[in-house]
Ligand binder design. Structure first.
Ligand code: ADP
Ligand code: ZN
Ligand code: ZN
Length: 734
């Protein structure tokens, strides 16, 4: 647009509004001052809002009632073109308001109008400091240590790393050393110090994977399909190493915050702590913004983060890695419901760099992409470093006496393992004592008042709790059925608490500590880390836990894994039930025997002859995944088709269903099949009645094509104002 022509500024405000707004430039403002991608403050309703400039438009006709823009916050766009393109794509693909997509992508402080953190200083040892270290400071151990730390790092160390490394008194130490000229500041360039050679020789499968990833410099998607303990992390490290030497950056996504310290440590060991940083929800807003700003300036070589770290700008992107790519936590389940894995692939395409998706239990989506030739398949079929895969046995539970859900063969194995001085992990994917209580006389079950689910018995806290809405109440003394009133209320099924107390009740196990690891037990900050640290010490003990224990952890001394109940999920009404169960058990089983000592896995089931159980016995994830894929193809389910869910909920019964009926009525697209509306699997939650409409298209493009014009129609429906609704494209949870 020629500089002299009048223009309007198209702005998406940071709010869930499915439209943009036009503003007039402020008096005297030139078009170059309000480029696309700059943040602005604008008058909005009675107040002010922040938003992003999407573009400049020529005014069509005289514009009445438009307001001038308040303020332009940035001189240059915060995000590079590649990320701008990614967010635009994401807003279209997920049919989500672009302003909220931007708001999700930016650190909180930037969304609220703050500025990126300016460059901070980095410090290095001076010649005088070298000499001091060699000759003096015998009586000043703290200063000695501080200087020695800088000597270890060839490159200048940024202040925030010193703050971590030197401890609480880092500021006074810094002032002391600087005054004496022992240290000096240096420009904060990403370290170009050479990367040391790998500490171990890669095996041939690992080496082949690293070579394949490095072979093509531009966009390629790789599925790194490596069994548990096969050394996927080593592949990430060695794929990254040559990029760092070339001054490039790597972004590594992990599904779970609890996995970041472990992975961060391995990256720090390999590349030096000064070159790596983490971005996750455990940081304060200020810390997040600092790391974000450094990554954007190119000062961080390896950024490890959870889901939303995907949107961090990188000055010189070299590679994207998504670890545990099958994990459902990579999908955001509220607001802007994006898949960080899928968007990582899209981002790699926009950046024109390789992306690696790693897992021991790849999602069917990714395996399908391999079949279609879209992803390259890299396999690590063996455990690295001489560890063998565990042996797996099925324990037939039929007619077995159980104690707290534990069979005699499993208890015997627990005992034998501990007696040998080794560790045991028992997995049960339910926290609490029992998933329900019922009346032995009449069958009455205690339900949540606000949700259509039974309440979970928490024996330790002496409460009944709803795992859907968080409501809790006293444990009733008698049956809630007024005609019965029997005091005989009994727990049904098992949770982690029950397994824990059953173990404690065994006299032969009395000398061994039992650690429960689930959301209740590790609610306190740092509790999970403390528990994991005890496990790392290696003394014989029993871990009882939920899927928290299934994820990526490395427990070298666990040699027995018991799956207390594998049958949940076998007959789930969610079409992903079997895939989830398979992945979960293979992952948990993978915690056994990861070091020298061989591992053993016992799976308790009432259905030992089920093909899935037979596949688990052979730890044959790939074989059964092929069967599941074939079933999905035959049934016309994802990944062979594209699915979207329109979800609605309301306090009044019927409203959600009514809204969805109206929404369905204004959908006219020949390629789309519409199912429902149905009540949601959990029909009532936190007092709201919930329902959903399924939309299915043979291909993603057709879905995008059909939903595009439909969303504004849905929004305009009068019924839309009486419900809470949301669209979930590629939903994971039904
Ligand atoms: P994964 O992430 O695939 O489960 P890890 O990367 O955690 O596996 O590796 C498992 C163990 O094997 C780690 O202790 C790692 O140090 C070791 N390891 C990996 N690759 C090799 C190798 N080539 N030689 C020896 N040990 C290795
Ligand atoms: Zn009763
Ligand atoms: Zn509830």
């Amino acid at each position: 647009m020629p500089a002299s022509e009048p223009f309007l500024i198209r702005v998406a405000v940071f709010a869930p509004l499915r439209r943009f707004f036009h503003y007039l430039p402020a008096p005297g403002m030139a078009a170059e001052q309000v480029r696309t991608g700059l943040r602005v403050r604008v008058p909005f309703g009675k107040g002010q809002r922040y938003g992003i400039v999407l573009g400049l438009d020529r005014p069509a006709s005289p514009q009445a009632g438009l307001k001038p823009i308040g303020e332009v916050l940035d001189e240059a766009p915060l995000l590079p073109d590649s990320l701008h393109a990614l967010l635009t794509f994401a807003a279209q693909y997920y049919h989500h308001p672009v302003g909220e997509v931007w708001a999700t992508a930016l650190p909180t402080l930037l969304r609220k109008g703050g500025a990126p953190v300016p460059e901070t200083l980095a410090w290095t040892l001076s010649a005088a400091g070298q000499e001091q270290l060699a000759t003096g400071l015998k009586r000043a151990p703290k200063q000695r240590q501080a200087l020695a730390y800088l000597r270890e790092h060839a490159a200048p160390v940024a202040e925030e790393h010193l703050a971590q490394a030197w401890g609480r008194s880092w500021r006074s130490l810094l002032a002391h050393c600087a005054e004496r000229g022992w240290i000096r500041t240096a420009p904060r360039q990403p370290s170009t110090a050479p990367v040391p050679p790998p500490p171990m020789t890669l095996n041939s499968a690992q080496a082949a994977a690293v070579a394949a990833i490095g072979a093509v410099p531009g966009f390629t998607a790789h599925l790194l399909d490596g069994i548990t303990g096969s050394g996927k992390t080593a592949v990430y490290l060695e794929a990254i190493a040559p990029l760092l030497a070339a001054g490039k950056q790597a972004l590594v996504l992990v599904p779970d915050i609890s996995l970041t310290p472990q992975l961060l440590q391995r990256f720090a060991d390999r590349f030096g702590a000064a070159r790596v940083a983490a971005l996750h929800s455990g940081l304060t807003d200020a810390q997040r913004l600092a790391v974000w700003s450094q990554a954007r300036r190119g000062e961080i070589a390896v950024l490890v983060g959870t889901r939303s770290a995907l949107f961090t700008p990188l000055a010189r992107p070299g590679i994207l890695i998504v670890d545990e790519e099958h994990d459902a936590s990579l999908k955001q389940q509220e607001g802007f419901r994006y898949s960080a894995r899928d968007l990582a692939v899209a981002r790699a395409r926009f950046e024109d760099i390789p992306v690696v998706l790693g897992s021991a239990t790849p999602s069917l989506e990714s395996l399908h992409n391999v079949q279609q030739g879209r992803y390259r398949h890299l396999t690590l079929p063996q455990r690295a470093g001489g560890a063998a895969l565990p042996t797996v046995e099925l324990v037939d539970l039929r007619r077995q006496p159980l104690q707290g859900g534990l069979s005699a063969p499993l208890l015997q194995a627990v005992h034998d393992t501990l007696a040998r001085g080794e560790q045991v992990l028992l997995f049960i994917n339910r926290r609490g004592f029992a998933p329900a209580i019922l009346c032995h006389e009449c069958g009455w079950v205690a339900y949540c008042r606000r949700c259509s689910v039974p309440l979970t018995l928490h024996q330790g806290a002496r409460r009944l709790r709803c795992h859907h809405c968080g409501a809790e109440q006293r444990i009733p003394e008698q049956c809630g059925n007024a005609l019965c009133g029997s005091p005989q209320l009994i727990p049904v099924g098992q949770g982690t608490e029950q397994v824990e107390s059953a173990l404690r009740a065994q006299p032969e196990l009395a000398n061994f500590p039992v650690q429960r690891i689930d959301r209740d037990a590790v609610r306190r900050k740092g509790a999970l880390e403390a528990a994991l640290a005890t496990v790392q010490r290696g003394t014989p003990q029993i871990l009882v836990g939920t899927q928290m224990l299934a994820k990526g952890h490395h427990f070298p001394d666990v040699t027995l894994v018991g799956i207390v109940n594998a049958d949940q999920g076998l007959f789930s009404n969610d079409f992903r039930g079997q895939e989830r169960l398979l992945a979960m058990v293979v992952q948990v089983a993978g915690r056994a025997g990861r070091a020298e000592k061989p591992g053993r896995v016992l799976i308790q089931t009432h259905h030992p002859e089920h093909p899935l159980m037979q596949a688990l016995r052979r730890l044959d994830y790939g074989g059964y995944a092929t069967i599941l894929l074939e079933e999905r193809r035959a049934a016309g389910l994802p990944p062979y088709t594209c699915l979207a869910l329109l979800h609605a909920e309301a306090h009044q019964p019927g409203l959600a269903l009514h809204f969805l009926q109206e929404a369905a009525a204004c959908l006219h697209h020949p390629a789309l099949s519409v199912h429902g509306p149905f009540p949601a699997p959990v029909e009532r939650r936190a007092g709201r009645y919930r329902a959903q409409l399924w939309l299915q298209a043979p291909r993603r493009e057709l879905m995008a094509h059909a939903l595009g014009p439909w969303m504004p129609e849905v929004e305009k429906l009068p019924a839309a104002r009486r419900v809470r609704w949301s669209l979930d494209v590629d939903p994971l949870d039904l």
